[in-house]
Design a protein around this ligand. Structure first.
Ligand code: SF4
Ligand code: SF4
Length: 87
């Protein structure tokens, strides 16, 4: 959990200025996993199909828009709809 804390802190600070990797593929399947790192975001809700829904979606944080930015910062591989091509 402590690693997740630092990973999220990094995700929400330095990494927001960096570009999204060109090796990223896929799309968000609204699993909601990235909105719980390390604590559940207060803006996270779920719809009737158990899909994650952001209540501030139009003005969500840059870090949210870019996640997962790179394979190195990819913390939710088990459920995320994105992936990164091998180099
Ligand atoms: S972990 Fe991936 S698929 Fe799940 S909500 Fe975040 S970006 Fe979307
Ligand atoms: S602001 Fe929205 S997209 Fe960002 S972590 Fe919270 S619920 Fe998820």
């Amino acid at each position: 959990m402590k690693n997740n804390y630092w990973a999220k802190l990094y995700r929400n600070t330095i990494s927001i200025f960096l570009p999204v990797s060109k090796k990223r593929r896929g799309s968000c399947n609204r699993c909601g996993a990235c909105c719980k790192l390390p604590n559940v975001c207060p803006f996270l809700r779920y719809d009737e199909n158990n899909k994650a829904r952001c209540t501030i979606y139009p003005i969500r944080f840059i870090a949210c828009r870019k996640y997962p930015r790179s394979n190195k910062e990819f913390l939710t591989k088990d459920t995320c709809g994105f992936w990164f091509e091998e180099s």
